[in-house]
Write a protein that binds this ligand. Structure first.
Ligand code: PRX
Length: 635
């Protein structure tokens, strides 16, 4: 029996049981058999959730790029590692072989070194989905620099916050990006951000849209000439197992974004193992994840997971709607994609369009379909199953988080029977549990509660950059000795998990995590606003959309309400990015508050969702009269 590649349900149960009975032995065997180490570990696992401290493969040395690239060179150097599919379908796709990738990563790594970047330095990457993005990520890993990729849809303010939080010395960007019919001035956004980032010495600029841009003397450099002059050989930096590999920011319910720190060895082992099993990848398959590398899904399942398995991974620059709603299926046919991984919001949007967009293309190459990022509703699940999978390709509803580094709960295709909306069972090594409000574990089935994990898995984030106390408070303080996910879940009679959604003030809009606090801060910056509260409400494509309740300083103002709404959304776009814009803005004279001054979001959520039959206990409110007023004026 192989621990590494699970093919049948029986095998899953056996492997799972072993992973719980003896986690160290289980992960040790996988680590030993499937990876290249420069030095073996002294101890497989050391952990203490009360500190919290988690160490996997302590004492081991490695470089993740040797595992993702070099070790494939002799057996499959000419195999395609990355297929780059451009935004414009008439532009040729690029097939980058493992040998090419090695060459490009080494050159890039040497350019970084020549700019004084070395082990432990933070590198901010703000790029569109072009090959330079994957290459720069790997180049950082090659030399032991810590990459911090910022999704190129974030605004200059959001970018500046992230650059400053981890003191990046260098930013890698491009002149601009293509997104459907639009072009975006990325370099302009970087310039604005850098006005408030004193520590950035160098900006490397990839040419993508050939626009006229401002290059600041002594700081900004075109990337290509530097790459051309660099050597294609770069010895990998030998890293310790627990050295940080990257930082990736995620929203919290309060405060600034959290820079989740992932370390090297455990992350590599876990993402490789889960990629192999969740997608049942076989050599020669073409795998495509539609996420952006700016999110954890792209880190783990476009770059590291696929490449450490020697797979072929597709990187798509564009959007599902350009030049029309058939683009995804055109790409599936063109590259004969076997595994396809996307978000429920994309499926819902595609399902609203005529089926002719699917029927035009032959998608019979597909073997496994995946979803991630938010709960998938039954209707979307069936559309995906019927029209894309032709009832022949298992759907893997994968539950995980930026913090978990890799997929945690998911069916194993062809092994686990699937049920719509259920992420089904934990992967080997994952020990979930449900907790009730009295902080007790809910045992037996069926059950419902707050989803926690009881035991460390190799790719758990190790800390929040610069704020270990916040890491402890956020994830390890709600329930003693458990990692708290922030999600609610139920477990059915057979032990299958269904994730029901966030139980905190994080709202997932189109699969993107948004914290309420930073959006409210942006709204409150408007000179006419005195206070605001935002909540999510159900939306048939985005899953959730944002509803804002806004109190004006002068409620009798003559200002046009629609102008104010536009200005508020403009502010949000500038401070965070267009993904955080509000769908509805209701002006109100008060917000329901507890006697201690806390906004009762539960009530606001119900009103925004038009679910006011039972508002629950409002007796603790300081100002119960505002509730009726808000209900009367709901949008
Ligand atoms: O609420 C869960 C939801 O997305 C959150 C994590 O978001 P993020 O860190 O941005 O990572 C997204 C990609 C891994 C979770 O706390 N979520 C993710 N996958 C699912 C999901 N909710 C339901 N079903 C899923 N499959």
């Amino acid at each position: 029996m192989s621990n590494y590649h699970i093919k049948h349900l029986e095998e899953y149960f056996q492997v799972y049981r072993k992973s719980v009975r003896d986690p160290e032995l289980f992960w040790e065997e996988i680590a030993e058999e499937h990876f290249l180490w420069r030095k073996r570990w002294n101890k497989v696992l050391e952990w203490d959730f009360s500190k919290p401290e988690i160490k996997w493969f302590e004492g081991a040395q490695l470089n993740i790029t040797e595992n993702c690239i070099d070790r494939h060179l002799t057996s499959k150097g000419e195999h395609t590692a990355i297929i780059f599919e451009p935004n414009d379908p008439s532009e040729a796709a690029e097939h980058i072989s493992y040998t090419d990738l090695h060459n490009r990563v080494c050159r890039f790594a040497n350019v970084l070194k020549s700019k004084g970047i070395g082990k432990g330095d933070r590198v901010c990457i703000y790029l569109p989905m072009i090959p330079e993005l994957a290459v720069s990520v790997l180049a950082c890993a090659r030399i032991g620099a810590i990459h911090s990729v910022v999704f190129a849809g974030f605004s200059s303010t959001a970018l500046a916050t992230r650059i400053n939080d981890c003191d990046c010395k260098i930013v890698i960007t491009s002149d601009g990006s293509f997104r459907g019919a639009k072009t975006i001035d990325l370099k302009g956004i970087v310039d604005d951000a850098l006005d408030s980032c004193q520590g950035v010495e160098t900006v490397l600029v990839a040419k993508r849209i050939n626009s006229e841009i401002n290059m600041k003397e002594g700081r900004d450099l075109w990337l290509q000439p530097l790459l051309d002059d660099a050597s294609p050989k770069c010895e990998p930096e030998i890293m310790n197992a627990e050295d940080p590999l990257f930082i990736l920011y995620t929203s919290g319910s309060t405060g600034k974004p959290k820079g989740m720190v992932h370390s090297t060895a455990g992350y590599m082992v876990y993402t490789a193992f889960t990629f192999k099993n969740v997608f049942q990848y076989h050599q020669g398959d073409i795998y495509w994840c539609t996420a952006d590398i700016g999110w954890i899904t792209g880190h783990s399942y476009i770059v590291y997971g696929p490449l450490s398995n020697g797979a072929t991974t597709v990187m798509f620059e564009g959007v599902p709607t350009y030049p029309d709603w058939g683009r995804f299926w055109q790409i599936v046919e063109k590259h004969q994609v076997n595994q396809f991984y996307t978000a429920p919001t994309a499926i819902r949007a595609l399902a609203k369009e005529p089926l002719t967009h699917v029927e035009k293309y032959n998608v019979s190459s597909l073997k496994v379909l995946g979803t991630v990022g938010e709960p998938i509703n039954e209707e979307a699940w069936h559309w995906y199953n019927d029209h894309i999978g032709k009832m022949n390709s298992p759907i893997v509803d994968t539950w995980w988080q930026t913090e978990t580094g890799g997929i945690m709960i998911s069916p194993i295709p062809f092994a686990t029977p699937t049920i719509p909306t259920f992420a089904t069972m934990p992967l080997p090594g994952v020990q979930p549990c449900l907790m009730n409000d009295d902080s007790e574990e809910v045992k037996g089935n069926p059950a419902q509660g707050k989803l926690c994990i009881k035991f460390p898995w190799p790719s758990i984030a190790r800390t929040i950059w610069g704020d270990h106390q916040r890491y402890k408070d956020t994830y390890f303080s709600t329930f003693e000795n458990k990692y708290f996910t922030g999600d609610g879940a139920l477990r059915d009679m057979t032990g299958y998990y269904r994730i029901t959604g966030r139980v905190d003030d994080v709202i997932i809009v189109s699969g993107h995590n948004l914290g309420t606090a930073p959006i409210e801060d942006a709204i409150n910056e408007h000179q006419a606003v005195s206070e605001s509260a935002i909540v999510g409400f159900p939306h048939d494509v985005k899953g959730n959309a944002l509803y804002g309740y806004v109190i004006l300083k002068d409620s009798g103002t003559e200002r046009d309400r629609d102008d104010l709404r536009k200005e508020i959304n403009q502010l949000i776009t500038e401070r965070i990015g267009p993904i955080a814009k509000l769908d509805k803005i209701q002006f109100t004279t008060g917000l329901p508050k507890t006697r201690s001054g806390k906004i009762m979001r539960r009530i606001l959520r119900k009103i925004a969702s038009k679910d006011t039959s039972n508002l629950g206990d409002t007796s603790t409110l300081l100002n119960p009269e505002v509730v009726q007023d808000i209900m009367d004026n709901v949008l």
